[in-house]
Ligand binder design. Sequence first.
Ligand SMILES: [Fe+2]
Length: 282
Amino acid sequence: MAIENKILKKVKSLKPIPSIIHKILAFADDPDSGLSDLVRVVEFDPAATANLLKTCNSAYMGLPVKIDSVQQAVTMLGTQKVVEMVMAQNLSSHLMRSQKGYRLAAGDLWKQSVASAMVARSLAERRDLLGLPAIYTAGLLKDIGKVVLHEYLETKWFSIEKFIAIKGNSFIDAEKEHLGIDHAALGGIIAKEWNFSDHMVYMISNHHLTDPSARNDPATATLYLSDMVAMIAGTCTGVDRLAYDVYEDIFEDFFLAKDELKALVLAYEGYLAGAKRLAEPN
Ligand SMILES: [Fe+2]
């Protein structure tokens, strides 16, 4: 069987994502839903509620009072924060494992995904973009294709390094050349398999802007920048660090002053430190 077919078959064997992810995105998309709907969605999921309250009461959060209910968590932290915590926790089992083919240790992909999702959300807020929970979720899931591809990359390292270093190709080109598919396109296939919206599939498939028209979609451009900020910071990123095409015009469009980019890299490092502490057992 051709390697690409093996990879596509593997997608079918991935465990489904928790249904609460879709329920929260539907809640966020519905102008008629309110805070009480979010509270109900989380409360109906005992595991999500337990995880949320555990995190709220962790030393890391440092809250002055004990949080006993989802309602209290939303009141104390705000809807957006609670949505992001629930999303990150419920996707953690898909992102926590080591991805040896990318030289990512256990936990690295999750931490990097959480921190760059925070950057994507803050960039999207700066641009007044709608659908922040979806952009945040796309930030978490943009590299989900690596979860499948990593095991096929390991044996091809010598050739991939040569392909990038000597021929000057990007990592996306290297994946396509050696495996028949890249992690962004595969991520889109996984998102489709998991019944995400067309726009979510598009954002994930194009987060490296391999399709030039994706540069015109502000949410996808935001995702691209959040990934690049993670690459520039360089912590918890894998062996593919910075081996991607850089579109300076998009940087210039978002960051009018150089200091803004520097500040965002520092913010990313802060988010990453937060994700590391969250990942540690209390
Ligand atoms: Fe990526």
